[in-house]
Design a binder for this molecule. Sequence first.
Ligand SMILES: Nc1nc2c(c(=O)[nH]1)N[C@H]1C(S)=C(S)[C@@H](COP(=O)(O)O)O[C@H]1N2
Ligand SMILES: [Mo]
Length: 251
Amino acid sequence: MTDRRRFLRHTALALGGVIVTGCDRISDSQTGERILSQAEKLNHLAQKIAAPGDVLAKEFTEADISAVFKPNGSTMPDTPDYRALLNNAFRDYRLAIGGMVERPALLSISDLRALGMRTQITRHDCVEGWSAIGKWTGTPLRQVMDFVRPHMRARYVVFHCYDEYEEGTPYYESIDLAEARHPQTLLAYMLNGHDLPVQNGAPLRLRVERQLGYKHAKYIRSLQFTDSFASIGDGKGGYWEDNGYEWYAGI
Ligand SMILES: Nc1nc2c(c(=O)[nH]1)N[C@H]1C(S)=C(S)[C@@H](COP(=O)(O)O)O[C@H]1N2
Ligand SMILES: [Mo]
């Protein structure tokens, strides 16, 4: 076997493990709208191995949109900073972008819109065993990256959020720069054609369509480009990762 084939086989086994676990969790569902078959997961896995960077998550039609997009986790952050923004209908909101970038920025939602927009209808899968299909509109993160220009050494982008899921512990998440540049990775400000509701993460949340629900940071306060997340939170790359979840939450 060539090294490449051996590598692909090992990757398949490793990813297979993750995927089967994800599937078991989803099939625990009492409220889940649908359950993925093992075959569909394996097919998805095969595609990933063929062209890992390019694979798009499945997109759906208007007719598939869920009547209610179930809110989960924090649904009304009660920190003073967030309340102040909410009281003014988010007019004072500015996304802070810093860390390992050439051009740190403070961007309003209209600044983001000016960088580019994309709409996609996708399915969200939560590890708690439910799924929902929604239409998301936002600015592709890669267009924001073209504007702020991450350093060559930057490897991750960390999303710091306004909500404290536990008091004193803000929610946060992180993805690598390949996932950040994926065409379906959005900083989203609309759900189903309307401004993002507070319960779903207003004014700005992440969509990272090839990964499980907890990766999709809501209530984004700032983006930090970095070469390591070891000194952030408990060092595992996210609020739920610090509590034992996997960092790579591929579906
Ligand atoms: N800031 C923040 N982001 C978050 C969460 C949260 O509690 N706080 N929960 C996560 C989880 S577990 C899921 S399933 C989704 C839920 O998104 P929704 O409320 O739009 O359904 O948000 C994710 N992002
Ligand atoms: Mo979730």
